[in-house]
Design a protein around this ligand. Structure first.
Ligand SMILES: [Zn+2]
Length: 385
């Protein structure tokens, strides 16, 4: 049985009651300096268009070391990674037309913790963090039933985060999961993502989950446009755009989450062990004509797929990516070309064999078929988390 590492993030609230004043000021200084460093690195990244963390480190590490001698050096290393990552996501949003700002800024609400400046004691629910001058501080972590599952798990990277209601520690834990074999005997569920519907099933059934994502996106798009034309103040406009942007993301994430849950539930019910999804790296011809629109959709589908892959693996299901080309255009029975049927908007008809079927059913059947074909040709591609 193949095994794979799946990462889970745990969030702990830090217990700041009766904490020494010097600890609070130590944390405060850490946040302030880290924020300054990341913003300085961001400035350089923008000026010289540096997206590589190694290059940023190369350019700035020694100078920053000298200017912040009391700060443990690993903070400078993670600040470089953090800045490179902020700059990269900024560029991405910019390309997608989702950001109006000229350059990214870091608000300083989070510190990435390198493994060498952070220790976690899950048994005692405590974390120690290295601060200025090589001093270590210990923080008590509030914990509940939810946190019990992390006992005995391997922990990786962590992040100290400042939120309106307090200080948090986010820790990535990894768990090894055993996944079922990808074989020609496996029962599968294929998932086809469209603008407003996620269809899933196999040769026996098809289910539709209405996401209405396209409708929601259009509504938010119009809202954003109204804000852009009506609001004069640049600051207020930026704030409103960010607020609605977040709201849109959250809304869609919630819908995706429900769809994922439903698909996994159905897989368990029907004894399917493999989820088949489209490999979006391979360009699908009917993904949306307009360029930006197409890119936006691919980006959004990719997010859905990652969520599905992650949850599926946690539930012991395997995930396989197949070539999506022509899956909505050819007949699943005879490979003939399909065209729109006159008998209904969602119906497709095969010119060669006369098959008439719903387009979601066709996509799901074709993806299922492709899984078995690719299994036979040993062409299966798996991207791991
Ligand atoms: Zn046919």
């Amino acid at each position: 049985m193949p095994v794979e590492e799946v990462t889970l993030t745990a969030r702990f609230k830090v217990d700041l009651t009766d904490v020494d004043e010097s600890v609070i000021s130590g944390i405060y200084r850490l946040f302030e300096e880290y924020k300054g460093i990341v913003n300085e690195l961001l400035g350089l990244a923008v000026d010289k268009h540096i997206t590589s963390f190694v290059e940023l480190c190369h350019a700035k590490y020694h100078e920053l070391r000298q200017r912040y001698p009391a700060l443990p050096s690993k903070y400078i290393v993670t600040a470089c990674r953090h800045a490179a990552s902020i700059y990269k996501s900024f560029m991405k949003l910019k390309r997608l037309g989702m950001c109006e700002k000229d350059k990214p800024t870091f608000r300083g609400r989070a510190i990435w913790l390198h493994g060498q400046v952070f220790r976690l004691d899950v048994e005692g629910w405590r974390a120690s963090i290295a601060i200025h001058g090589g001093r270590w501080i210990t923080l008590r972590l509030l914990h509940g039933e939810y946190h019990e599952r992390f006992r005995g798990m391997e922990h990786g990277e962590a992040q100290l985060a400042l939120r309106n209601d307090g200080l948090y520690l986010n820790v990535a834990f990894s768990r090894t999961v055993a996944l079922p074999e990808i074989s020609p005997d496996a029962r599968v569920i294929a998932v086809d993502v469209n603008e407003n519907i996620i269809a899933y099933g196999n040769n026996d059934f098809v289910e539709r989950f209405e996401t209405n994502e396209g409708i929601i996106r259009t509504r938010y798009f119009l809202k954003r446009r109204r804000i852009q034309t009506k609001i004069r103040s640049r600051e207020l406009r930026g704030r409103l755009l960010a607020k609605y942007g977040r709201r849109e993301q959250n809304r869609i994430r919630e819908i995706y989450y429900k769809a994922v849950k439903e698909i996994i539930g159905r897989a368990k019910e029907t004894g399917a062990t493999v989820i088949v999804v489209e490999d979006l790296e391979i360009h699908k011809e009917d993904m949306g004509s307009e360029e930006l629109n197409g890119r936006m959709h691919r980006w959004s589908y990719r997010r859905f797929q990652r969520m599905l892959e992650y949850q599926a693996k946690l539930h012991g299901l395997n995930v396989v990516y197949v070539d999506p080309r022509n899956t909505s255009r050819i007949c699943p029975v005879c490979n003939g070309e399909l065209s729109q049927s006159r008998n209904g908007r969602r119906l497709m008809r095969c010119r060669r064999c006369g098959l008439e079927e719903d387009r979601d059913m066709i996509a799901v059947k074709n993806l299922t078929r492709r899984y078995y074909e690719e299994c036979a040709n040993a062409k299966i591609s798996q991207t791991s988390l």
